[in-house]
Design a protein around this ligand. Structure first.
Ligand SMILES: Cc1cc2nc3c(=O)[nH]c(=O)nc-3n(C[C@H](O)[C@H](O)[C@H](O)COP(=O)(O)OP(=O)(O)OC[C@H]3O[C@@H](n4cnc5c(N)ncnc54)[C@H](O)[C@@H]3O)c2cc1C
Length: 199
């Protein structure tokens, strides 16, 4: 298995992919010009690996040549297929795991955090926005945070949890998903639902 993967290591070189238009829809290139696995839905990744001559036109993006395409490129919620659980994550699996960590983190955040804890929270979110493995997701996240009113709010659990919910809703909107009712973030991520089904 691994040898098959190794021999099919995507390079986006002219030999492997004669032009960017030859890549399947949804495949996103990384800063190194190679297809970025954690930026791409698994179905698109599989299509790329399965065929040297995919039929559909490409939807790709690179940070250097077409940064403005990241929004359309990232709207890839069409792909429901999951990578096997012992394989590297695709963009959706990475996202779900990350949101779980982020909302769980706000759920366990102190109601009255010390200044040091507040600084740690700010540093954590800022660092995540710089190092998140899906580069176009990270870029959009940083852009959203830099807009007026969207800077992380970390003075209390209630504030941080609400801010995280708003951040998540921004991505939901971008991907054409329903917005989550932020009045319910604590039920979803901390206390469990009032109907008792989490107990
Ligand atoms: C910072 C960041 C940026 C991302 N950017 C992109 C991107 O540009 N393109 C892309 O394709 N994917 C992106 N993702 C991944 C994307 O947000 C989803 O995680 C992924 O599409 C899988 O979605 P899902 O429907 O399984 O549920 P998710 O959106 O992962 O949500 C998981 C669960 O969280 C709960 N939930 C949903 N919304 C909220 C909310 N607002 N507040 C609290 N709880 C909520 C729901 O119960 C849901 O089932 C990003 C992820 C992160 C962490």
């Amino acid at each position: 298995m691994s040898s098959t993967r190794d021999t099919k290591e995507p390079t986006n070189s002219s030999e492997d992919h004669p032009s960017t238009a030859a890549l399947p829809k949804g495949v996103v290139l990384g800063p190194d010009g190679k297809p970025c696995r954690t930026c791409t839905p698994f179905a698109s990744w599989k299509a790329m690996m399965a065929s040297d001559k995919p039929s559909s036109p490409s939807t790709i993006s690179t940070p250097s040549t077409s940064p403005t395409r990241s929004t359309s490129t990232s709207a890839t919620s069409f792909a429901a297929e999951e990578p096997p659980s012992d394989c590297p994550p695709d963009v959706a699996q990475l996202g779900r795991s990350t949101w779980t960590l982020l909302h769980a983190l706000t759920a366990s955040y102190p109601t009255s955090p010390s200044p040091t804890t507040q600084t740690s929270a700010l540093t954590f979110v800022t660092t995540l926005s710089q190092l998140y493995p899906c580069w176009h997701c990270a870029g959009d996240f940083r852009a959203w945070m830099s807009r007026p009113g969207n800077a992380p709010r970390v003075k209390s659990r209630a504030e941080f949890g609400q801010w995280m919910c708003e951040a998540h809703n921004e991505v939901n909107r971008k991907l054409g998903k329903d917005e989550f009712d932020c009045g319910k973030w604590e039920e979803r991520w901390r206390t469990g639902w009032k109907d008792g089904r989490c107990d």
